[in-house]
Write a protein that binds this ligand. Structure first.
Ligand code: HAM
Length: 421
């Protein structure tokens, strides 16, 4: 027996209906908020993520599935969606499109070589939205509201929205300087990764899991103290819009995101449900005004977020929420005898063409076992056809909700069922 690779999962019938349900919910909400779908490849040139996500991030340094193909190209299974969307935006010159901002959504598998645990997979599915081409704080609020509304629409209640600003270029440089000055005296006490981070990208030090409890972390300079007036203003506007939309949030100046492209607004949504597990982040996002330019496009503002379906399902389970997905057939055909079996196939085809969900037995089971199967499939009606019925050109239709039974001629079956479902 060959098992699936570590950090991946099979989603079997019974469970897959939940995934389809969530996908439908997401797409419906995208339509309400006017986001349109973009589909990009599962793999990209490695450079897209090196330049997009950032060379010093854990994702690029440690977590990418990178391979050389037979034509000697360096390719990577996408670890996230934003860099790919920005790459496509540049390639197809979407910045020149009349419709601005471009409001896009995507859903599909992402790949990260992480240590698997509950809620942390090597292949996981993200739903994400990206709005490119607008630097209006109203759209930051729209994206955040979208995320919260999606969770609320499936019944989640124990949510916490954490908000921060990472400021503009100038704020970030001042903060960077302050971080270097702060951590350099204790450099030797930090982990080897942080010693490198301190030189390449000191903000990353704040995100270190190993050095989280080091004394110097508590007193580290906060971005909020280095914000330019413009950045402060922008953040205030975002909050105003969130208030207007009735979105509750807490500001956490220590929130830094794990990807390099962010500036200004950054946010994460956590589950506060009891027993959710160690990893409580359900989704994250923020503004990435330099990303399109980094990928050779024009200077373009952007904001977006992504969630994973795996963690969404965990949050639903933790809050005891059952999704309204039930597997049910309109009809099940119980056929007895060779001739009846043949006729049953024909009837089944015509019912299906009339949008009636129907199935029958394919294992030559006895009548009782066929009825059992009909029950298991939650069939609303059972059509019974044997030699006697064949001769008369009728079927017996049993209404499973009340046990009543009627004879219906072949050509009246579709109407009979349609009137009753
Ligand atoms: P991220 O924070 O790396 O951001 O991932 C977003 C979400 O994907 C996380 O909050 C989490 O729910 C889920 N996720 C990440 N890694 C895993 C994993 N190994 N297993 C299960 N779920 C996972 C991004 O990916 C950005 N592209 C979000 C964004 C869009 N920012 C702007 N636009």
């Amino acid at each position: 027996m060959i098992n699936l690779p570590r950090g991946t999962q099979d989603i079997l019938p019974g469970e897959s209906e939940k995934w389809q349900y969530l996908e439908r919910k997401f797409i419906e909400l995208c339509s309400l908020y006017n986001y349109q779908e973009i589909r990009t490849p599962i793999f990209e040139h490695t450079e897209v993520f090196q330049r997009g996500v950032g060379d010093t991030t854990d994702i690029v340094q440690k977590e990418m599935y990178t391979f050389t193909d037979r034509g000697d190209r360096q390719l990577t299974l996408r670890p996230e969606g934003t860099a790919s969307v920005a790459r496509a935006y540049v390639q197809h010159k979407l910045h020149g499109h009349v419709k601005q901002p471009q409001k896009l959504f995507y859903h599909g598998p992402m790949f990260r070589y992480e240590r698997p645990q509950a809620g942390r997979m090597r292949q996981f599915v993200q739903f994400g939205v990206e709005a490119l081409g607008s630097a209006d704080p109203a759209i930051d609020a729209e994206v955040i509201d979208f995320a919260m509304t999606l969770y609320q629409s499936v019944g989640l209640k124990s949510l916490r929205l954490v908000l921060n600003t990472l400021g503009d270029q100038q704020s970030r440089e001042a903060h960077r300087e302050a971080l270097i000055n702060h951590f350099t005296p204790v450099k030797e006490e930090l982990c080897s990764d942080c010693q490198v981070r301190l030189e390449k990208n000191p903000l990353r030090v704040l995100d270190c899991k190993k050095d989280r409890n080091h004394e110097s972390m508590k007193t580290a300079p906060k971005i909020l103290d280095y914000l330019t007036e413009d950045s402060k203003d922008y953040f205030e506007q975002v909050k105003k819009y969130l208030d207007e939309l009735g979105v509750e949030y807490v500001v956490d100046p220590n929130l830094v995101r794990g990807l390099d492209y962010y500036n200004h607004t950054a946010f994460e949504i956590m589950s506060e449900a009891e027993g959710f597990g160690a990893i409580t982040t359900l989704s994250g996002g923020g503004r990435y005004n330099g990303l399109v330019e980094e990928l050779d496009g024009p200077d373009t503002p952007g904001i977006g977020f992504a969630l994973s379906v795996e963690r969404l399902l965990m949050a639903l389970a933790a809050e005891g929420i059952e999704l309204p997905v039930e597997h049910a057939l309109d009809c099940y055909i119980v056929a007895l005898g060779e001739e009846a079996e043949l006729k049953a196939s024909g009837i089944m085809k015509s019912l299906r063409m009339a949008d009636i969900k129907v199935d029958k037995d394919f294992l030559g089971k006895k009548m009782k076992a066929q009825f059992k199967a009909a029950d298991r499939e939650n069939a609303k009606f059972v059509l019974i056809i044997g030699d006697h019925e064949l001769e008369q050109g009728i079927v017996e239709i049993k209404d499973m909700s009340n046990g009543t039974q009627e004879q219906v001629s072949f050509d009246a079956i579709i109407n009979y069922i349609k009137e009753r479902i």
